[in-house]
Write a protein that binds this ligand. Sequence first.
Ligand code: OAD
Length: 233
Amino acid sequence: MEIDPSAYKDIVFFTGAGMSAESGVPTYRGSGGVWSQYRWQEYACQTAFEEDPQKVLAFHEVRRQAVLACKPHAGHDVIAGQEKAHPGVTVVTQNIDGMHQRAGNRRVIELHGSLWRLRCPWHGVIEDIGEKYRSYKCRDCGSWLRPDIVWFGDRLDPWVVSEATGAIRKCDLLISIGTSGVVWPAAGFPQIARENGARLLEINPEPNEMSHLYDETIRTGAGSALPELFKKR
Ligand code: OAD
């Protein structure tokens, strides 16, 4: 199968953890997944942060180091290349690893926040890129800084959701890559695109409960599927 991007006005690449798997970033579910090794109740919810902010920040710092040791792969490069070549390309991602931006994408909607931001309850969001956090505490008021990530039990930022759903509604091609389709509201995005008449394509080596929604499916990894799909473009 090949895609001719010029046949579409608005293309959304909708990505999940499987997009980064071939870069070496572990997925969340399945064997070797983050949530099979760590209890999210201890590391990825507001209650855990309030009980032991230092432990939660240290966990995220280890994840930052692991992500920085990884590099974007050929599939990320294809998506970045498509954004350069096509004015209607948007990435809607559940990933917090910043890998699309490192590959060169600029129109990236991060549904679940970012490992590269922290926020102070009083002084707002701070960008912080590097293996170590510059500080665990706000320089202005001394409050613990919280990773700017949507954890279990958190509500997504309504502005980000509205931006993402706007892009999803408008697109005429949605390519979903490496998501298990179990975390909402992201899991509902393919259905929204479908209701608006988009062509839906799934790239994922494994089928899941949402796979029936797609018009076509490619059962290989993102690193080989994307270069193959956009071979001549
Ligand atoms: P999951 O870990 O739930 O699912 C990863 C998906 O990637 C699975 O369906 C795999 O089959 C697929 N996959 C594995 N290797 C792949 C490859 N090389 N190419 C393509 N696909 C591959 O990850 P998400 O669906 O992203 O939230 O999880 C959604 C959210 O749950 C995450 O954003 C995270 C988690 O809790 C937060 O951290 C806020």
